[in-house]
Design a protein around this ligand. Structure first.
Ligand code: DGL
Length: 276
């Protein structure tokens, strides 16, 4: 390259999730990379993913990726712990970077723990896959990983049971986290991108001494590093955002705003995902 000139790429980043949870990752990507345009696909018509079989998840992941590829994206972020854990091979033959949440989140948790005891909460599919435990132990075999599936959190979040001290979500959290609470963990991975929305409730229940690791946040930072290393960052000053969903409910705008932490700042489109 003449004179050390830097290559840039103004194509959008594609991000997908089973529903609106992946918007927690979009929020972080926007913070870390304000110049990047984003196409988001939330499979709101087929959420939740976390209770489905591998065959179904592979089919969904292929369709979600094909849809994003139709927008000529330069990278794809699977902002979904479930797809990252059970079907990440769908990213293997792509000609663009495919980023899942397991590696960046595991690295961050390993750096954070002082006592080598990490908890993981996520969907049933993610916990049953053992993905986080495997990855963490490949980084540091001495770390004890304690996992708990918390599938109901996804529905509670998608349905807006998210206010501080919400009695229903607090009760569910008490039940799910009761064992983990007594296992001396100092770090807890929120292995599902829906969970940061109720991190205040999770923190109240598990205790303020436990550090929470947000998979969306860690993945956004890793996405930046990947794009930078591959000279794929954008130099455009006006990023464009498009939010696509497979079902648009009356509550979509209100719930999406909470996930994004701001007003919806782009087009919202409904997609027939079965066509992809
Ligand atoms: N947000 C997704 C995850 O990280 C999926 C939750 C679901 O659809 O069950 O796992």
């Amino acid at each position: 390259m003449p004179g050390g000139m830097c290559l840039m790429d103004n194509r959008p980043i594609g991000v997908f999730d089973s529903g609106l949870g992946g918007l927690t990752a979009v929020k972080e990507i926007k913070k870390v990379m304000p110049n990047e345009s984003i196409i988001y696909f939330g499979d709101t018509g087929r959420v939740p993913y976390g209770t489905r079989s591998k065959t179904t998840l592979l089919k969904y992941a292929h369709q979600d990726i094909n849809f994003l590829l139709s927008y000529n994206v330069k990278a794809i972020v699977a902002a979904c712990g479930t797809i990252s854990s059970t079907a990440s091979e769908v990213g293997n033959n792509l000609s663009i970077p495919f980023i899942d949440v397991i590696y960046p989140t595991s690295i961050a948790a390993c750096k954070e723990t002082k006592n080598n005891r990490i908890g993981v909460i996520a969907t049933s599919a993610t916990i049953n896959s053992g993905s986080f435990k495997r990855r963490i132990n490949s980084i540091n075999p001495d770390i004890v990983v304690l996992s708990k599936a918390c599938p109901l959190f996804v529905s509670l979040v998608e349905n807006g049971f998210i206010l501080p001290h919400d009695p229903v979500t607090t009760q569910v959290a008490e039940k799910y986290l009761s064992e983990l609470k007594n296992m001396d963990i100092d770090t807890l991975i929120l292995g599902c991108t829906h969970f940061p929305i109720i991190s205040h409730i999770i923190k109240d229940v598990i205790g303020t001494h436990v550090s929470l690791i947000d998979s969306g946040k860690e993945t956004a930072k890793f996405c930046y590093e990947t794009l930078k290393a591959k000279e794929l960052l954008s130099d455009k000053k006006s990023a464009k955002y498009t939010y696509c969903v497979s079902d648009e409910t009356d509550e979509f705008t209100n719930v999406a705003k909470i996930f994004l932490g701001s007003e919806i700042d782009g087009d919202v489109e409904k997609v027939d995902i079965e066509k992809y």
